[in-house]
Design a protein around this ligand. Structure first.
Ligand SMILES: C[S@@+](CC[C@H](N)C(=O)[O-])C[C@H]1O[C@@H](n2cnc3c(N)ncnc32)[C@H](O)[C@@H]1O
Length: 353
């Protein structure tokens, strides 16, 4: 064993205590969401363990332990004088309010899938084979929808579409749009709600996601202008689209260049390929930060194996960065590639022939 620097070791171990606590808290977040504790605390009323047990039907002893762990994580507020627990407005936004722009529980469900599917990813590491999106646990599909939807609610209609030259006008007057790799259809349905004169088709190769998206469109009352069909990025049907959108999925594909070539064939004159990808800089050293940590983690366990499971297996990864994404678009035959806008979590590209 090499001689450690004890100060550095102490600092590292100190950080790991925090990280292990965070990992364990993640399981408790998923649990609290599933059994309805956060939602029962959503209005911020300080509650005793007994109050909460009555409201949720959960055994007091379990609740006290869960609440203690959550208070230690600072995910729940605790008042020692009254022995009551509550959610601050900010804690309610991230844990209890499904439609808030900061709702975070979906992210923990994605993490849950990473733990559950770790043995499959370990096999993929050993064999070099891929692991398809469809081979993951269901919590990944649900978690992705719940994790990404708040960002789409906040930015898609208000910022991203207006940042694309001429697209908003077309959508308002009546355009035809394909949302490829649409998953549960959160982005498709949101656009359909915002632009009732336009027609939207969501495609995804994953059948169960398409079934879920169909049900969600029905619930949202937009089935008249949205359809969902199982289809891959290389072969989805239709011609003359005013916009083909890909939200957080191009890097998951094995052959993003082939997908781009197909997009080019399906776009009408002046059509736009909208690519939304995770925010990343072009060089690893610039991505070594908390956001990069999250994305590289998901990329290792989910996105890169997904891409390697498909034909070509380019394996862009979730931190591809603008330079590599631009190359994909140019290799697919497009000549115009512009970063239209960005958030701390996403880059939004406008691509044209
Ligand atoms: C990270 S999820 C994003 C889902 C959705 N766009 C969203 O933002 O919620 C990636 C999606 O890409 C889909 N996908 C991966 N490869 C695909 C391909 N070659 N053709 C079509 N869909 C694909 C997966 O099934 C999955 O639903």
């Amino acid at each position: 064993m090499r001689e450690p620097d004890m100060q550095k070791l102490d600092a590292l171990v100190g950080r790991l205590v925090g990280d292990v606590g965070a990992a364990m808290s993640g399981a408790l977040v998923v649990l609290g969401d599933q059994v309805g504790i956060y939602k029962a605390m959503a209005d911020g009323t300080p509650m005793s363990v007994q109050d909460l047990a009555k409201k949720t039907g959960i055994k007091e002893r379990y609740l006290r332990e869960w609440l203690s762990a959550q208070a230690a994580a600072d995910y729940v507020a605790y008042d020692e004088k009254t022995d009551r627990f509550s959610l601050t407005p900010e804690q309610a936004m991230v844990f209890a309010e499904e439609n808030s722009p900061a709702f975070f529980v979906g992210a923990f469900e994605v993490v849950q899938s990473m733990w559950m599917d770790e043995p499959k990813v370990a096999d993929a590491f050993r064999t070099g084979k891929g692991l398809g999106w469809h081979e993951h646990s269901t919590c990944l599909f649900r978690g992705t929808e719940r994790f990404f939807r708040p960002g789409y609610n906040s930015h898609l209609v208000n910022e991203w579409i207006p940042a694309l030259g001429g697209v908003e006008e077309k959508l308002k007057t009546g355009a035809s749009v394909a949302d490829v790799g649409c998953g549960h259809g959160a982005s498709t349905i949101l656009m359909a709600q915002a632009y009732p004169a336009s027609r939207f088709t969501g495609f995804d190769y994953h059948g169960p996601s398409i079934e879920r998206a169909k049900a969600a469109a029905k619930d949202a009352g937009v089935s008249d202008r949205v359809t969902f069909e199982q289809g891959s990025a290389a072969e989805f049907p239709g011609r003359g689209y005013d916009m083909v959108a890909m939200f957080d999925c191009l890097h998951d594909m094995g052959d993003p260049v082939g997908a781009g070539r197909h997009v080019k064939e399906t776009l009408g004159p002046n059509g736009t390929w909208l690519i939304v990808e995770p925010f990343a800089h072009d060089h690893l050293k610039d991505n070594l930060n908390p956001v990069g940590r999250v994305y590289y983690g998901a990329s290792t366990m989910i996105c890169t194996p997904a891409s390697l499971s498909q034909e070509v297996g380019l394996g862009l990864g979730a931190q591809a960065g603008e330079m590599k994404l631009r190359k994909v678009a140019l290799d697919a035959g497009f000549t115009h590639f512009r970063r239209a806008t960005e958030t701390p979590f996403n880059m939004v590209f406008e691509v044209r022939a």
